[in-house]
Design a protein around this ligand. Sequence first.
Ligand code: COA
Ligand code: AMP
Length: 633
Amino acid sequence: MPGQFDAAYQRSITDPDGFWADAAEDIRWSRRWDRVLDDTNKPLYRWFVGGELNTCYNAIDRHVDEGRGDQPALIYDSPVTDTITAFTYREMQQRIARCAGALVQQGVQKGDRVIVYMPMVPEALITMLACARIGAIHGVVFGGFAAKELATRIDDAKPKLIVSASCGIEGKKIIEYKPLLDQAIEMASAKPARCIILQRPQVEAPLVPDRDVDWNTAMETAQPVDCVPVAATDPLYILYTSGTTGVPKGVVRDHGGHAVAMRWTMKNVYNVEAGDVYWSASDVGWVVGHSYIVYAPLLAGCTTILYEGKPVGTPDPGAFWRVISQHNVKVLFTAPTAFRAIKREDPDATHLARYDIGCLKALFLAGERCDPDTLSWAQEKLGVPVIDHWWQTETAWAIAANCIGIEQLPVKPGSPTKAAPGYDVRILDDETGEECERGKIGNICVKLPLPPGCLPTLWNNDEGYISSYLSRYNGYYLTGDAGYQDEDGYLYIMSRIDDIINVAGHRLSTGGMEEILAAHPDVAECSVIGAADQLKGELPVGLVVLKSGVDRSETDIVGELVQMVRSKLGAVACFKQAVVVQRLPKTRSGKILRGTMKKIADGSEYKPPATIDDPAILGEIGDALGRIGYAKT
Ligand code: COA
Ligand code: AMP
C-alpha cells in the first residue's frame, strides 16, 4: 500500500520504543525486558535492558518446539567438494547441543571468547551457534587473512579456545589453514588453551599434543548441553573490521537487540518468511555471512544455504542459477562483484537457459557501490527486482534499503533507496557540521540512538568506539561514508571519507597496507590507493619512494612488496601492483594527496588542491601509474 513505508519509518523514529517492542514480540524471551531503550549512559545506548534470552534457542530449538523440526535449516552446497547435504532443524539442534558440550568439556564458559577460523563448512555455523547456546562469545576470522592478522585478533579477543579446520578450498586451490593457525598462535601473546581441529579429507593436519583436539573426537566424547539464558545486553560475538590503521576494530554484537533486528529484517526488508529458502552468497567471515547466512534466516525459520564455491569457475558462470533452481531459492543476496564476474564470463547469460529460476523473487546486492550497469544487467537477465542496499559491519543490517516486505519503492539505479526504519540518517557538512541541503555531498551520519542490532561498542574499548564513531559530531554516529540525499529522500553513497577501500566487496585499510610496505628496508615513503577495477570495484596500488642509494631492480622490490602484503595481511588484499616514484605529491603541511593520485590512476578529471606543495609531481605520478596500466584518460 502506498505510504506504508513512510508510515513505518516515521513510527520507528518518533516512537522507537513502541516500534522495537512490537518487533521483539517475535522473539522468545526467558525474561521480558525492563526497558526497551536505555539511554542513561549517553552516548552509549543499550536495547532491551533486563531482558534474557538465548539466541541459539531462538534460531534453532524454538523451531523444533514449534513444529519445524523436519524442515531443512541448512543446505550445504559445495561444488568444490562435490557435496550437497541438508540438515533439518532437529539435526542442527542435536549437532549444536553436542558441539556446545564439547566446548564446555574443553573449559569454555559463559563470557569466554572462542575464535573460529574456518572455511565455509557446516561446522563453522555449528560452532557459532554452539557458542551462542552457552553464552560464549565467538569471533570468526575470515580464512583469507594471513597469520599476523589472525594473531592480532587473537591478542585482542584473548580466546580460551580456537576452532579451525585443516584446510579451505578456494576454487581449485587447497589452502592449508593449520600452518597459518600455528604461526598465528606462535606470534600471539594470548595463547589459547585448546584448539579443536576439523580434519577435512583433502588435508590431514598434524595436531599439537596437549593443545589440539580432533573435531570428531571432541564431539564423540561430549554430552549435549541445553541453551542457557543470557542478558539481552551480553555480547553474542565480536567481528573485527578494518579501521583507519592496521589495527582492526572489534565490533561487538549483543544478543537481544541483534535477535530482534535480524528477525524483523527477514520479513520487512527481504519479504521472506518461515519456510522460505534464503541464500546469501557471502562468507561466514564477513558480516553479511554472520547476519544473512547464519542468524537472520535461522531466527526467521527459513532454510539457509551455505555455498562453498565461487560465482564462476565452480564449474561455470551458471553456478548461481544451478543453486537457485536446485534449492528453490526465493531471495539471493550477494555483492555486485559476483555479478560482474558472471557477466564478464557469460555476458548474454546463456547458462541461464539451462535452469528454471522461477522461484527467485528478488536479488539483493550490497558490500560495495553497485554500478548501474551491473544492476540493469541483473534486472534484465533475471527479470526480478534488483535491490541495492547499504550497510556495514558495524550495523549488522541495512542502513538504507528498499524494504520490499513493507512496500516496494521505485528503484533508482545508483541509490540504495531510503534510510531503513530505525536509522535517522542525516548528511552533515564536513566543516560546519550543519545538515546539507538535498543534493549536496556530505558525511553520512545517523542521529543517535542507532537501532537494535547495531554495535553497542567496540570490544573492551568504549573510548575507541566514542572517538572513532561518535565524537566527530555530537549526538551522531559517523558512518565513514560520504554521499547525498535527493529530493525524494533517496540516498547515494559516493565514497569513504577515510583510507578504506573496497576490493571485491571486502573492506580493507590502505593504511594497514602502507604500514607493511613501510617496513621494507628499501622503502623511504609510500602510499597505497584504491584504483578502479572493472571486476573487483577497486584494487590496491602501491606507490613507493626508495631510500637514497638503493639501486636494486624495481621488479625485485615490487615482487618483495607484493609478497610482504600477501604474507602479513593475506591473499584477500589482492595487492599485486606497486610502482617506484621519485616523490609523493603532498600539501604544504605534508599530507599525502591520495585522493588526487586515485583520480589520476582512474583517469578521472582532477583539480590539484590549492595547498599542493609542487604540482609538477602529479605528472610524474601519472607517468609512473601509466607504466602499470593506469592513468588512461
Ligand atoms: N580463504 C583463503 N583464501 C581466500 C579466501 C578464503 N576464504 N577467500 C579468498 N581467498 C584468496 C583467493 O584464493 C585469492 O587468492 P589468489 O591471489 O592466490 O588468487 C585472493 O584471496 C583474492 O580472492 P577474491 O577476491 O575472492 O578473488 P578471486 O579472483 O578468487 O574471485 C570473485 C573473484 C569476484 C569471483 C570473488 O571475489 C567473489 O566471489 N566475490 C563475491 C563477493 C563476496 O562474497 N563478498 C563478501 C562480502 S558480501
Ligand atoms: P563492510 O563493513 O565490510 O560491510 O563494509 C562496509 C562499507 O562498504 C560501507 O561503509 C560502504 O563504504 C561500503 N558499502 C557497503 N554496501 C554498499 C552499498 N550498497 N553501496 C555503496 N557502498 C557500500
